[in-house]
Design a protein around this ligand. Structure first.
Ligand code: IMP
Ligand code: MG
Length: 179
């Protein structure tokens, strides 16, 4: 794997695609066991989670599984703007249902806190949080996380759905900002 350049920044390889695939398979296996019989509604948080969602959901075998998409954006450039810009919602009635939130990464926890508050008001039976990547040292808002794929240091990463200024989402491997 080689370094890549996106706009003005250089990134180096951090985690290869195969390793990430294996982690996602493990998450799917765990969910299939834990959520059996719950007819879960998976909520994929756009844009970053589209690839994680696709990879994971193909391996979910739970009867009654559904998928919907929601958008919460709080990020611009390489640092959190500290402001939730958008929330494009949810058509489904989630009352009494098991909701599984699929997030690409939890950084400060701001987006997830906002989303959880929004969803709890709609009285689901249970909300399960799954994130592919997690930066524990960046946590400002404490969020309950049920499934963590790969914990990371407090660095800026791209690939596997994650972007820098809209670039790099298509990369199957994960890259870290060279600084
Ligand atoms: P939070 O609200 O600070 O937890 O930020 C969560 C959102 O910020 C994620 O869903 C990503 O879209 C974005 N984000 C956080 N860290 C990174 C990163 O290292 N690279 C790219 N996007 C990130
Ligand atoms: Mg995101």
């Amino acid at each position: 794997m080689k370094n890549i350049t996106l706009l003005d920044k250089e990134f180096r390889p951090l985690i290869d695609a195969k390793t990430i695939d294996q982690v996602i398979s493990k998450m799917a296996t765990d969910m299939n066991k834990d959520l059996d019989g719950e007819a879960p509604l998976f909520l994929s948080i756009l844009n970053g989670s589209f690839m994680f969602t696709s990879d994971l959901i193909k391996q979910i075998t739970i009867s009654g599984t559904q998928i919907s998409f929601i958008k919460v954006a709080s990020y611009s450039g390489t640092s959190s703007t500290g402001e939730v810009k958008e929330l494009i919602g949810l058509k489904e009635d989630i009352q009494g249902r098991t909701i599984v939130i699929l997030e690409d990464i939890i950084d400060s926890g701001r987006s997830m806190t906002h989303l959880l508050e929004y969803l709890r008001n709609k009285n689901p039976r249970k909300i399960v949080v799954a994130t592919l990547f997690y930066k524990p040292k960046a946590a400002v808002f404490k969020v309950p996380i049920d499934y963590v794929g790969i914990p990371l240091e407090n660095d800026f990463i791209v690939g596997r759905g994650l972007d820098y200024e809209g670039l790099g989402r298509n990369l199957p491997d994960l890259y870290i900002l060279n600084s």
